[in-house]
Each structure stands twice: as structure tokens, then as C-alpha cells.
Ligand binder design. Structure first.
Ligand code: DP6
Length: 329
């Protein structure tokens, strides 16, 4: 019996962000979110199950993962094993094509690839909606790395119905995400823990209450390729999320002074007529997003900042995909 599959998925960057839960147990987000998959960056994950394995093992970028990292993967595998009604241990081997020290989170691409490879290896053929719904239990944002291109994750109280879908394919709009690496440190408080405190900020309720409006603006801006509106809503949403983070208990300051310098520079470059915007996740690195026309000039300007360690570039990418599947009952 062969139970083996390999899948590839891309990380994603959200224009309207997920921060906080409506229902933590079922990973139902407090508000909907919209993102685009980031091409050039990817995670490739191979999963093999065998009756002869005595435990689950997880190797990431060539190194065995233990502790919390392994536990998260095991919990996720348990979900898959339950779906397939099979009690077998797994060997999971995952490889990111981006360096670990770039501060780019691999949990979205990692759990999207694991959802696909992990289910295929047990002979399950899930629909895209089902895979996305499953992936969110590994990491919320992973559900947005299952469909391709520009993707929306709607809030939905019923657990089986909380999944993401594509609102436009990858080739709809050639935006370029320039990930400006300012720090290679691991974040002190990961999204999973940080998010739990979102409700302690008096600003979270206002952020969530206004989210449908931002989602509508963002969705329409993407569909009509309206960069100015996309820039406005993207920056507002990022600023709102960081305002919540900074006013939570305990307060979380993810950005660095250099992140703010870049954000302010982007505002100046917009006055020069460049189509460019910024957004920050739960870390100091700034995602500077530009149109294909202006990205060259934006990169020249970004490279003038002494604090910039590296710049990774990605255009919108397709869905998570199976690279091989060798299930034979
Ligand atoms: C700031 O999906 O990493 O990047 O569900 O706890 O694993 P968990 O969190 P995760 O959080 C992503 C938060 C964010 C915003 C976003 O991508 O929407």
C-alpha cells in the first residue's frame, strides 16, 4: 500500500486582514479578509503515511521540528486521519524556497500544501472549498492559499462553510509585492498568540464593524483594477490592525522605526505619481505593493534605505497544486 503525495502552495499577503476570532475553537475569523497569493515564494510539502511508522515526524528545511511546531502539524494530521478513518503515522517533509530568516511567515503556504498533500496521500479527493475549509484549522490565512490569484475569505458562522474562494485569477492584475526585509528575527509574539488578545483592544470592535465596507471597497478595486482605491483601503486596513495590536493588553508593537520610515516614504512617492502602497503583517517587514509600470522606480528608491536587508519580489500566483500523488489501496 502506497500513501504518498507532494503539493506546492504560495504564501499570501492580505489587503484586508484577518486579526481575531469570532469563534476560536472553529477558527471562524472576526472579519472577512482579501489577499493575493505571492508567486516566486512557495512551500513544497511531501507527506507519506505508513503502517510501519511509530510516530509522526516533521522535517522543515532539512531540520527535524519538535515541540510546538510538531504539535501543530500533528493536530492537523489528526483531523485528516479522522476524515479518512485511517490510523497511520506520517512523515512530513516541507521545504520553503525562501530563506527562514526573512521574516516571511510560511504557515499559510505550509498548511495549504499540507492540507492538499496530506489528504491526497490518504486517497481523499476534496473539493477546493473543502480543502480551504480544512487548511484554516492549521493556520487561518492558509485557507486563502488554497484558491488561486486574488482570494476572499468570508466570515461564516457555520464551521463547514468558512472557506476562501478566488475573486480574480492570478493574471487579472500584475501587481508586484516587494517584501522589504528589515529584520531577520523570529517574531516575539506569533500571530496565533497575538490574535487571541485582539478583543482586549477597545478598537477591535470598530475595526470589525467597518470590515464589510473595506471588503466591498477592496473587492471592487481589485475587480476594476482601481489602484488608488486599493491603496487607500490597504493602508487603512493595515493601520487599523496595527492600531488594534498596539492598544491590546499586553500591547504589541510589531513594526520597527524603519518600517514607519518606509511607510512614510511610500506616501511621498504617491505624491510623485507612483502607483505604490504598503501593508504590514504581524512583523516589521513592509510589503510594498506596486504596479508593473512603477515597480522598477519603487525598487530603486527602496534600495536607498540602509536598513533594507533584502527585497523579495512576487507577482500574483495560482492555487495550491498537487505535484505528485501515489495513493494505491
Ligand atoms: C497579520 O493565519 O498566521 O498575517 O490562524 O493563528 O495561524 P493563525 O494566524 P495567521 O494570521 C495571519 C495574520 C495576518 C493577517 C492576514 O494574513 O490576514
Amino acid at each position: 500500500m502506497v500513501m504518498k503525495a507532494t503539493a506546492l502552495a504560495h504564501p499570501n499577503i492580505a489587503f484586508v486582514k484577518y486579526w481575531g476570532f469570532r469563534d476560536e475553537h472553529d477558527r471562524i475569523p472576526a472579519n472577512g479578509s482579501i489577499s493575493m497569493n505571492i508567486g516566486c515564494l512557495s512551500t513544497k510539502t511531501a507527506v507519506e503515511y505508513s503502517q510501519s511508522f511509530k510516530e509522526d515526524r516533521f522535517v522543515l528545511n532539512g531540520e527535524a521540528v519538535t515541540g510546538r511546531g510538531l504539535f501543530r502539524v500533528q493536530q492537523f494530521l489528526n483531523r485528516i486521519r479522522q476524515m479518512a478513518q485511517k490510523a497511520v503515522f506520517a512523515y512530513v517533509e516541507s521545504e520553503n524556497n525562501f530563506p527562514v530568516g526573512t521574516g516571511v511567515a510560511s504557515s499559510a503556504s505550509g498548511f495549504a500544501a499540507l492540507a492538499l498533500a496530506g489528504t491526497a496521500a490518504l486517497g481523499l479527493a476534496l473539493s477546493e472549498d473543502q480543502l480551504s475549509s480544512l487548511a484554516r484549522f492549521g493556520s487561518g490565512s492558509a485557507c486563502r492559499s488554497i484558491p488561486g490569484g486574488f482570494v476572499e475569505w468570508q466570515t461564516e458562522a457555520r464551521t463547514g462553510k468558512s472557506f476562501a474562494h478566488s475573486i480574480a485569477p492570478a493574471n487579472h492584475w500584475k501587481l508586484v509585492d516587494c517584501i522589504v526585509v528589515l529584520s531577520e528575527d523570529h517574531k516575539s509574539v506569533g500571530s496565533e498568540d497575538g490574535m487571541r488578545t485582539a478583543g482586549t483592544s477597545p478598537l477591535q470592535q470598530a475595526r470589525v464593524m467597518d470590515s464589510e465596507r473595506r471588503l466591498d471597497l477592496c473587492r471592487t478595486a481589485i475587480l476594476t483594477r482601481d489602484f488608488d482605491t486599493l491603496a487607500k483601503v490597504t493602508e487603512l486596513d493595515s493601520n487599523m490592525m496595527h492600531a488594534v495590536m498596539m492598544t491590546s493588553e499586553p500591547p504589541l508593537f510589531y513594526w520597527h522605526p524603519q518600517s514607519l520610515e518606509i511607510m512614510k516614504a511610500v506616501k511621498e512617492w504617491q505624491k510623485d505619481g507612483l502607483e505604490v502602497t504598503y501593508t504590514l503583517d504581524a512583523g516589521p517587514n513592509v510589503h510594498v505593493i506596486a504596479t508593473q509600470t512603477d515597480v522598477g522606480e519603487v525598487l530603486v528608491r527602496l534600495n536607498q534605505f540602509p536598513a533594507v536587508i533584502d527585497i523579495l519580489k512576487g507577482v500574483p500566483a495560482g492555487p495550491a497544486r498537487l505535484l505528485s500523488s501515489g495513493y494505491q489501496a
